[in-house]
Design a protein around this ligand. Structure first.
Ligand code: ADP
Ligand code: MG
Length: 252
């Protein structure tokens, strides 16, 4: 039995500026199974972030359709869109940008809970649990973004994303801005969350070691088009396209 939580069909994005138009994503389709991790890899500019933004409605689609749990969410707005954000959350490359520099990490992590009308006290308790789940002491709730390291801030950003108890976590180069040892620690956290929390992941990254460790399926993008789609072992050990071979060589 298949249990597809997220499906993209023939996604397309054309950016128009002045008289020029540029196709950033061209007929990309994929399926994410519940509890699994789908990796999207490709060189810079290949359209990875644009896909993530269309899925999360930060950019409208030019063509194609998006389904969440079989429901067509391509043109969702208003309340429907707010409901979607309960199901999927995003973690970005620059953790500091997820937080207001003038407010504590705890305020940032608890914001969505307070917006749901949850009491101050319960919010604090949940924030502390979320921090601990993400490998931070609860005292981090009182720190400001500039008082923590990049890796700690990314942990807090993951805690913030988990606050609404989403089903899908979309990570757009969530480890790229961190140094190598910290990348590995965040990777370990993501693996742990995948095992313990029954989360489904859309993982955008160009670290193939991370892809191999975490992903059940990989989509390779080149100039907005899918050039490979399959298991990481198939793709990394037996790449069909020269582009994938070069991509593997350049990052290994
Ligand atoms: P990646 O995340 O793989 O590095 P992006 O999805 O950010 O790639 O970008 C894909 C292409 O779309 C690039 O050529 C980029 O310059 C272009 N692009 C992205 N966002 C915009 C935008 N808002 N307006 C115009 N072009 C854009
Ligand atoms: Mg990007």
């Amino acid at each position: 039995m298949t249990d597809i939580i997220l499906k993209a069909e023939h996604l397309k994005k054309v950016f128009i500026s002045g008289k020029k138009s540029m196709t950033a994503v061209d007929d990309v389709s994929f399926e994410l199974q519940r509890g699994e991790c789908l990796g999207i890899v490709g060189e810079s500019g290949s359209g990875k972030s644009t896909i993530a933004k269309m899925i999360t409605h930060l950019e409208p689609v030019t063509g194609g359709q998006i389904f969440l749990d079989e429901k067509n969410i391509t043109n969702a707005k208003g309340k429907e869109l707010r409901d979607i954000y309960q199901d999927m959350q995003m973690v970005f490359q620059m953790p500091m940008e997820s937080f207001d520099p003038r407010r504590t990490l705890g305020d940032g992590i608890g914001e969505s809970l307070r917006n749901m009308g949850i009491s101050h006290r319960e919010t604090r308790e949940r924030v502390e649990n979320l921090l601990e789940k993400c490998g931070l002491e609860k005292e981090f709730a009182d720190r400001y973004p500039h008082q923590v390291s990049g890796g700690q801030c990314q942990r807090a950003a993951i805690a913030r994303a988990l606050a609404v108890d989403p089903e899908i976590l979309i990570c757009d180069e969530a480890t790229s801005a961190l140094d190598v040892t910290v990348q590995k620690q965040i990777l370990e956290l993501l693996i742990e969350l995948k095992e313990k929390e029954n989360l489904s992941f859309l993982l955008i990254c160009h670290d193939l070691a991370l892809v191999q460790a975490l992903c059940d399926k990989v989509l390779v993008l080149y100039h907005g088009k899918t050039v490979e789609y399959g298991s990481p072992d198939e793709i990394i050990d037996h790449p069909k396209m020269d582009y994938t071979k070069r991509l593997i060589e350049s990052v290994l």
